[in-house]
Design a protein around this ligand. Structure first.
Ligand SMILES: [Zn+2]
Length: 278
């Protein structure tokens, strides 16, 4: 086992120790102990993508109606999850303080595997985190969640100078800006930003599908699904975008290359505009 794997195993504990909680139980009962070792990849997610999406939809509906259960947020749940985690969905979203996944989806400790980075980009660190979630924690659903009025996307649209490490981050959003300008040459700033936010969700999704052999294979084996969504910071609503319009084509490139991704996102043709899916 590599040092990385050892560290993860030590810090995360024996994964798969608990069965997933059954919503909407706030205090699920004791769960069996005795799971595969931390490095053993699960054969199949315990909670499949369809069930995971149902849980997220239900939680978000509770949030929107202002009737949250705030499930699994007690100290009882803290103690219960101390031995290991088994989240049912991974959420790649922005660090923006207006986009807290556990609140938006009305979930608690041990439910969501959240990766937050400005602009919800999918660089090497984010991909490694997602691969750990899918390959070792058995997560069956990845949601790439962009949001309206995203400062990072706005900065990428604006261009110009930025200090420190920010340019490297904004560079990952630039493909979305290039596509948006090409597709909407007469759009004003506000409209450009709105379209670029959608496009940026697809750019991150492409990065996941094209650059991660592990996730592409899991997708082909029907072990994981990757969907896009956009959160509206003004209304609290989420627009579900569904899978990438060319998901099969993107993931198959990895398989055609014998399991080694050789195609960069910049080489991938522009995605079509996302369609709204309920
Ligand atoms: Zn943002």
């Amino acid at each position: 086992m590599s040092l990385f794997a050892l560290h993860l195993a030590a810090s995360l504990g024996a994964v798969l120790t608990f069965n997933p909680p059954v919503e909407p139980s706030v205090h699920p009962g004791p769960t069996p102990v005795g799971a595969p070792p931390a490095h053993a990849a699960p054969a199949r997610p315990t909670v499949n993508a369809s069930e995971a999406l149902t849980r997220l939809h239900a939680g978000h509906a509770r949030f929107l109606t202002q009737e949250p259960l705030a499930p699994r947020q007690s100290l009882h749940r803290v103690a219960e999850t101390a031995a290991g985690q088994h989240p049912f969905a991974a959420i790649l979203t922005c660090s923006d303080s207006r986009v807290p996944p556990e609140i938006l989806f009305d979930q608690g400790f041990g439910d969501l595997f959240v990766i937050r980075v400005v602009g919800n980009v999918a660089g090497a660190d984010e991909l490694g985190t997602l691969e750990y979630g899918v390959g070792h924690l058995g997560i069956g659903l990845i949601v790439v969640l962009g949001h309206s009025k995203c400062g990072a996307v706005t900065a990428a649209v604006d261009g110009g100078e930025a200090p420190g490490s920010i340019p490297a981050l904004l560079k990952q959003i630039q493909p979305a800006v290039v596509r948006t300008r090409a597709a909407h040459p007469r759009a004003g700033k506000e409209e450009l930003v709105a379209h670029a936010i959608s496009s940026n969700v697809w750019v991150a999704t492409e990065s996941i599908l094209v650059r991660s052999d592990e996730i592409a294979r899991s997708l082909a084996d029907n072990k994981v699904r990757v969907v896009g969504a956009i959160y509206d910071v003004s209304t609290g609503q989420i627009q579900w975008l569904g899978p990438h319009p060319r998901q099969g084509q993107l993931a198959s490139r990895v398989r055609l290359n014998g399991g080694t991704a050789k195609v960069g996102v910049a080489q991938v043709e522009p995605a079509t505009e996302p369609g709204h899916q309920p």
